[in-house]
Design a binder for this molecule. Structure first.
Ligand SMILES: NC(=O)c1ccc[n+]([C@@H]2O[C@H](COP(=O)([O-])OP(=O)(O)OC[C@H]3O[C@@H](n4cnc5c(N)ncnc54)[C@H](O)[C@@H]3O)[C@@H](O)[C@H]2O)c1
Length: 344
């Protein structure tokens, strides 16, 4: 067998999530963090030292960073509005790209980045890392085994207060930076819902609000709820709150004509030995933490490296994530117009 080429990884942005990506890539065989790019050179150097990659080259210019001779994978860890232009620059430089969510805050930017990535024929991996959380791996297996039958209803919600205790709060509260509650955070729940329903969303209606005192000072409504219709006739709901004060909560419910999944519990008529009034416990890891160090990035990144090595298309690539964002844009439109909106 020939020698496998080492893949050089470069990170753009040197904040909280960047640290998790460096730490995870350090644990992947055949990968090496070779470069970090920040607006501030010293911050990039400090980040490299703090995360045990002191030899990674520090840059404060994106063009120079993209010319690093050993760079194969670019990881975009900056605030949301930077993601489209940085994705396009990395794609034009021929790099494979890991993009933090949300990938874009408006349809025009989204469409441009999808077109450029497709033109460059590079692979992408959008950080909807819950695909690699135990619960969702098991839900996918349960659905594949047809244990709950044909799913007619699904809901996933994201309830996680994002306040001054998080670094991103400073910029995320601004409309121009955060976008809206669903794009900035609830997109994880929307993505999980769409992925498990296995059918695209065709229509949405929605409402949003801010609590009367707006203690976390959001420039946009930090709470929203949307009702969705899927192409296969199923219906669903996604709610988000980033101003709630409670432990992180990601409730999940899928109902089919043979059974139901409710968080880590299953009821199915295919198991005649289980009493009708009892849930079966699904032994698994739950999405119960907002800490990036608890996120299953390792699974996502190992899978991406495998895809790069085999040339397979990642199921969480920009094209798949684009639909999640189109639905979020339609929900936003539904909130504004107080009408049912068709998804493009
Ligand atoms: N997938 C997940 O679960 C997850 C978790 C946390 C964060 N994220 C995403 O990662 C991205 C970064 O979030 P974070 O929590 O690391 O934020 P952060 O504020 O800790 O880090 C952002 C970094 O970008 C730099 N930066 C570049 N341009 C900037 C600008 N115009 N304004 C402010 N900072 C700028 C900052 O200096 C900082 O180093 C966001 O898009 C966020 O949604 C995703």
């Amino acid at each position: 067998m020939g020698e496998v080429k080492e893949l050089g990884v470069g990170i753009i942005g040197t904040g909280w999530v960047a640290g998790a990506h460096i730490d995870n890539f350090k644990g992947i065989k055949g990968c090496k963090v070779v470069a970090l790019c920040s607006r501030d050179l010293e911050r990039a150097r400090a980040k490299a030292r703090a995360h045990g990659v002191p030899d990674a080259e520090a840059y404060d210019d994106l063009r120079d960073f993209l010319k690093h001779p050993d760079l194969d994978i670019v990881v975009i860890c900056t605030p949301h509005p930077e993601h489209p232009a940085q994705t396009i620059a990395a794609a034009r430089a021929g790099k494979h790209i890991v993009i933090e969510k949300p990938v874009a805050l408006d349809p025009a930017s989204l469409h441009k980045m999808v077109a450029e990535v497709n033109k460059a024929k590079v692979l992408t991996s959008v950080c909807f890392e819950l695909h690699w959380m135990g619960l969702f791996k098991n839900i996918q297996a349960i659905l594949k085994q047809n244990l709950i039958g044909r799913v007619f209803y699904g809901e996933c919600s994201y309830f996680h207060g994002i306040g001054p205790w998080y670094g991103q709060w400073k910029w995320n509260i601004k409309k121009s930076m955060g976008g809206d509650a669903l794009l900035t955070a609830g997109c994880h729940a929307l993505d999980a819902l769409i992925w498990c329903m296995g059918s695209p969303v065709v229509e949405a209606c929605a409402f949003s609000n801010t609590s009367p005192k707006n203690p976390l000072k959001y420039e946009y409504d930090p709470n929203s709820v949307a009702i969705l219709k899927f192409a296969n006739g199923a219906i669903g709901k996604v709610a988000t709150s980033i101003e709630c004060r409670q432990p992180y909560l990601f409730p999940v419910l899928f109902q089919g004509d043979k059974g139901t999944i409710w968080n880590d519990q299953l009821s199915t008529i295919d198991w005649p030995g289980t009493p009708k009034d009892k849930w079966a416990k699904i032994p698994t890891a739950l999405p119960d933490s907002g800490d990036v160090n608890d996120h299953p990035y390792m699974g996502q990144l190992e899978y991406f490296v495998d895809c790069i090595r085999t040339g397979a298309r990642p199921h969480n690539d920009l094209t798949a994530a684009a639909h999640v964002h189109e639905v979020a844009f339609a929900i936003n439109q539904a909130i504004k117009t107080k009408r049912v909106v068709k998804v493009k």
